[in-house]
Design a protein around this ligand. Sequence first.
Ligand code: HEC
Length: 259
Amino acid sequence: MKWALALALAAVSSVTFAAGGSTYPLEQIEPDYTDKVSLQRGLATYSHYCMGCHSLEYQRYERTATDLGIDLEIMVQAIVPSDKKIGDLGGIAMPAKAAAEWFGAPPPDLTLVARKRSPEWVYTYMKTFYVDPTRPLGVNNKVFPKVGMPHVLEPLQGQQRAVCEDLTSVENRNAGPDAGSGQSLTESQCGSLEVIEGTAQLSAAEYDRLIYDLVNFLEYVGEPTKARAHSIGIYVLLFLMLFFVFAYLLKREYWKDVQ
Ligand code: HEC
C-alpha cells in the first residue's frame, strides 16, 4: 500500500494549484535572477504600471540600481519619484485608508509577494484577468476570485473572456436572457480564457515575456541577496577545486619519501 500512497503524493506534488480558495492550475516558470536585462525590463514595467498603487517598502532604490547594473543618475531620472531620494525605501504616496475605500482592499506591498504566493502564482494571476460585468470594476481573476485590483495591463494583453463548457462566454451568460435564471454555469465549467480579438496591443508571446520579466523582478526584490550568494558560492567551489589540486600535489610530495 505504501507505493500507492507515494504515487498519489507524487501526482499531487507535480501539479501546483493556486492558493487562496482557487484550484486554477498555475503556469510553471523558471525565474532567472542572473538575467539583468530581464530584471531591468521588469523594473520598468513595475515603475510604469504598478508603482502608483503598490509599494516596495523593504527595498531601497539604490540597492535595486546597484544589483541590476543601472547607473544611479539614470535611476534617479527614470524611476525614483521626485519627492524621494535614491537612498530611500520604495514606499508610495497613496494613503492606505483611501485606497481601501476605492478598491475594497488596500493594494498590498509587493516586496515579498513572490515569496508569499510563489512566482508561478503571480505570473498566472497577471495572465488570468477576465471580463465579468458582475464585478464592480468589470473584471474578475481566475487565481484571485473577486479581486479588487483593476486589470491595469488590459490595453497590452487585451480583454479576455471566460469560455464556458457550452461555449457561451461568461459575458453572454450574465447579460443574456438566462441571466439570473438560476441556470448559470459554475466557475469550474468556465475554465479557459480567450483574448477578445482586436483588444490587445501585444501578441500573446510578447505579453508572456512582459509578465515573466515583471515576475522575475518581483522574485529578485523578495530575495535580493540570492544572486550575490549564488555568485559567491561559485567562487567558493572554484577555490575548493584549486585547493584540492595543491593538497593532492603536496600529499604526493610527502608520500614520495615514505614509500
Ligand atoms: C489602481 C491600483 C493598482 C495598480 C496600478 C496595481 N494594483 Fe495590484 N492590487 C491593487 C489592489 C487594490 C489589490 C488588492 C486586491 C484585493 O485584495 O482584492 C492588488 C493586489 C495585487 C496582488 C495580490 C497580492 C496578494 O498577495 O494578495 C498582486 C500580485 C498585484 N496586485 C500585483 C500588481 C502588479 C504586478 C501591478 C503592476 C502591473 C499592479 N498590481 C498594479 C491595486 C493595484
